[in-house]
Design a binder for this molecule. Structure first.
Ligand code: NDP
Ligand code: MG
Ligand code: MG
Length: 332
């Protein structure tokens, strides 16, 4: 079973005694910087020339400097810029500003797990990753609650790296909810697998295939949209609240019977065999290396896939139908 840590297990004074640099002020960066500051931690934000988020950070009373200045001043450096550019930011602004005893922090393990960033032996390498988007992390903190976090240590140069990670997690409200101990390897591989096989890739492909099946059989796209995409939210909300059991308690017996007999015909042994292959390509670095190559060559395939789906009948139908639903927040 997972090891869990709460407020009483974490000593906030550890992080209060350090100088923290938060690089990036996006979804996660703003939540970490503001909540650490409100927890009495000495925080500066590191942003590149021309950053869109600089004004927002300054309006909140945070001091914004360049990533290199932030890294030079601080002894705890949290890297919260987008994953594909972290290695570049590290090389250009962080590497030469690391001293023995400093700590390098991440919100996701990709760059460490696959060796795109190789920190020197004298620094602690830690992860504190909230299991929720940054805006929820910040809102929960302000309301006196917290979003559960996972925490990991890849390199314990000082012997106190995990206590430091827990202290950081306390500073953003994580230990109010609970912090689960993990490793960079477990976090990175399960995160990539989850988003590819189930949450993003798997769910989109399932919705699209169901929608196409109905439309190709002559049913109206609007009706197919409701059945295959719109209603998914009701089902997922029930699962989120009470697992498969609550979802099955709420749906009709007919739907429940269909769930049992048809689900395994859609997600078959062959699907699971493919999932294992996908996991293998994550574990051996194939996925991460291909993604970095795609990113560095200017995202040609990424943009092509994006464009293809934008013109899919599922999407054009949904755009019109959502106008009928005043309660649906249609802003991106
Ligand atoms: P965002 O895309 O929301 O924000 C990135 C930030 O980095 C922006 O403020 C951006 O500035 C800034 N930035 C871009 N380039 C540079 C640079 N060269 N130097 C300094 N700052 C730069 O990122 P996320 O918060 O989504 O992700 C950050 C990390 O957190 C990632 O490792 C991600 O995997 C992890 N994570 C994210 C979660 C989420 O909910 N989004 C959940 C858990 C982990 P500008 O405003 O100018 O673009
Ligand atoms: Mg992810
Ligand atoms: Mg129905």
């Amino acid at each position: 079973m997972a090891e869990l840590f709460y407020d009483a297990d974490a000593d906030l004074s550890i992080i209060q005694g350090r100088k923290v640099a938060v690089l990036g002020y996006g979804s996660q960066g703003h939540a970490h910087a503001l909540s650490l500051r409100d927890s009495g931690v000495d925080v500066r934000v590191g942003l590149h020339e021309g950053s869109k988020s600089k004004a927002k950070a300054e309006e909140e009373g945070l001091r914004v400097v360049t990533p290199a200045e932030a890294a030079a001043e601080a002894d705890v450096i949290m890297i919260l810029v987008p994953d594909p550019i972290q290695a570049k930011v590290y090389e250009e602004s962080v590497k030469d500003n690391l001293k023995d005893g400093d700590a390098l922090f991440f919100g996701h393990g990709l760059n460490i797990r696959f060796g795109f960033i190789k920190p020197p032996a004298g620094v602690d390498v830690c992860m504190v990753a909230p299991k929720g988007p940054g805006h929820l992390v910040r809102r929960q903190f302000e309301e006196g609650r917290g979003v559960p976090c996972i925490a990991a240590v890849e390199q314990d140069a000082t012997g106190n790296a995990f206590a430091l990670a827990l202290s950081y997690a306390k500073g953003i409200g994580g230990t109010r909810a609970g912090v689960i101990k993990t490793t960079f390897t477990e976090e990175t591989e399960t995160d990539l697998f989850g988003e590819q096989a189930v949450l993003c890739g798997g769910a989109s492909a399932l919705v699209k295939a169901g929608f196409e099946t109905l439309v190709e059989a002559g049913y109206q796209p609007e009706i197919a949209y409701f059945e295959c995409l719109h209603e998914l939210k009701l089902i997922v909300d029930l699962m989120y609240e009470g697992g498969l059991e609550k979802m099955r308690w709420s749906i009709s017996e007919t739907a429940e019977w269909g769930d049992y007999v048809t689900g395994p015909r859609i997600i078959t042994d062959q699907t699971k065999a493919e999932m294992k292959k996908v996991l293998g390509e994550i574990q051996d670095g194939t996925f991460a290396n291909n993604w970095m190559k795609e990113y560095e060559s200017g995202l040609p395939k990424y943009n092509e896939y994006k464009k293809q789906d934008e013109s899919h009948l599922l999407e054009t139908t949904g755009k019109e139908l959502r106008k009928l639903m005043s309660w649906v927040d249609t802003e991106a």
